[in-house]
Design a protein around this ligand. Structure first.
Ligand code: SF4
Ligand code: SF4
Length: 449
């Protein structure tokens, strides 16, 4: 969109500019039946129609029809949504709710109504940090040092974390940061163990790379164990998922274009990712280019090749692991895997295939944990309420290990387990599989880590 168009939207959204941003046909699919309401965590927490999927769609339609402005009230209801997509699963009319929500947020962001300092912060995060691996590296090196010096323990012991508000909450969510050098072990090309059956690309993620370097390495090891040569292009960039959720579509388009060109330039059988939230965004890259058929076609080709790691392993059939893990294990569905990609059976099947594992189903495993990207940072009270509903179900499983498949869920569930005083460990499904292949316990959640 040209700069002139943006100024026009900033002054007053017109029917033409809104129509370019919001796909009215998607909004019009909603019949207001209300089947989605009982599945919505924010409606459950707040009991307000405008914080339900139906209410939000009603608001978006009002803006489209010019009866309401995309003002502060609009922003509040749009951003209270977790984008967990449970409503999409429940909807009998097939409303593509997440796509509608992302378009609605982009409309708000283009009004220019957001405070200047907030815009500056979002720009810093979306453009100045997430797509900049060197800056992320420096930041995570400092965080690693902060943990090595036990400043995190001191922060909690002195209750300074409470006084620091959101900053303190963010500090408390941090996992044990792996040694900064560990991310260098991720090679551009890692050969398959034994005969090569597939050649796959690996999307290593922006924050995932320094924060969960150990999970990334476990992913590559498990892939190679299953006959995959793994290509991890070092020039890849942030997938743009957080930018899409935050209404920064122009930035997301640029990031998507770079990743599409890079990965489609390789001869790959699949593009594999271990983060459910990012995976959902990659599969839906086509949505970013509604008015550009050529770029849309390439984005859809990229999306069609993308697989969550659990989906891919289930599809190709895994080599049976040899080391027994004699633990009681449960699984919590990441919303962007279950509701966003329809993947629930595959991770469970992989866990059940591990010798020694006693698998136990968690009640309400399909209910959001409150993580939702950075939701637990920007909406801490609501996120805490949602986690509060989840934790008794986690505890009721009496599991030794809670498995999940998304970095945000790992952080949120670890915080929940810690705050509830439970002795469970929370880890990615692929870490358990790696353990079962190598016999080496994942380091990050070991008591001696
Ligand atoms: S995405 Fe989740 S939080 Fe948002 S309206 Fe749908 S069910 Fe509610
Ligand atoms: S989003 Fe779907 S389930 Fe919810 S009210 Fe609209 S049509 Fe009904």
């Amino acid at each position: 969109m040209a700069q002139g168009d943006e100024r026009e939207i900033a002054a007053a959204p017109t029917a033409t500019t809104l129509a370019a941003l919001i796909d009215a046909a998607k909004v019009d699919k909603c019949t207001h039946c209300g089947f989605c309401l009982p599945t919505c965590p924010t409606y459950d927490q707040l009991g307000l129609e405008m914080d339900s999927p139906r209410g939000r769609i009603y608001l978006i339609r009002s803006v489209l029809e010019g009866r309401t402005q995309p003002d502060e009230q609009f922003r509040r209801h749009m951003y209270r949504c977790l984008e967990c997509r449970a409503c999409e699963t429940a909807c009998p009319s097939g409303v593509p709710y997440a796509a509608v929500m992302e378009q609605a947020r982009a409309v708000y962001e283009r009004t220019g109504a957001r405070a200047r300092w907030q815009r500056w912060l979002m720009r810093l995060a979306f453009e100045g940090l997430l797509p900049r691996p060197r800056r992320l590296r420096v930041m995570f090196r400092l965080l690693w040092l902060y943990q090595r010096l036990r400043l995190d323990d001191a922060l909690r012991a002195t209750r300074l974390d409470k006084a620091l508000g959101r900053m303190g909450a963010m500090a408390n969510l941090l996992p044990r940061i792996p040694h900064p050098k560990l991310q260098d072990d991720l090679l551009e090309v890692t050969p398959a163990v034994g005969e090569r059956r597939y050649r796959v690309g690996f999307v290593s993620g922006c924050v995932m790379k320094p924060m969960f370097a150990d999970v990334n390495l476990a992913t590559v090891r498990v892939l190679t164990q299953n006959g995959c040569e793994v290509v991890t292009p070092s020039a890849q960039t942030c997938c743009g998922a957080l930018q899409i959720h935050g209404g920064a579509r122009d930035t997301a388009e640029a990031l998507a274009t770079k990743n599409i060109d890079l990965f489609l330039g390789e001869d790959l059988d699949a593009i594999v990712i271990n983060s459910a939230g990012c995976g959902a965004a990659l599969k839906e890259y086509g949505e970013l280019f509604p008015h550009d058929p050529l770029r849309r076609e390439r984005a859809e080709e990229f999306g069609a090749k993308t697989r969550d790691i659990t989906e891919w392993l289930d599809e190709i059939g895994v080599t049976p692991p040899t080391h027994a893990i004699d633990r009681r294990v449960t699984y919590d569905d990441p919303c962007h895997l279950l509701h966003g990609q329809g993947i629930g059976a595959q991770p469970r099947a992989l866990l059940r295939a591990i010798p020694g594992v006693e698998y136990v189903e968690m009640p309400e495993a399909d209910w959001c944990c409150g993580s939702a990207g950075i939701y637990n940072v920007v909406q801490p009270e609501l996120a805490a309420g949602i986690l509060e509903r989840k934790m008794p179900h986690v505890a009721s499983t009496e599991a030794d290990i809670v498995a999940t498949a998304n970095p945000g869920c790992l952080l949120q569930l670890r915080a929940g387990v810690r705050d509830a005083g439970l002795s469970m460990r929370v880890m990615h499904v692929v870490e358990l599989l790696d353990w079962a292949y190598t016999g080496v316990e994942p380091y990050s959640t070991r008591a001696d880590a």
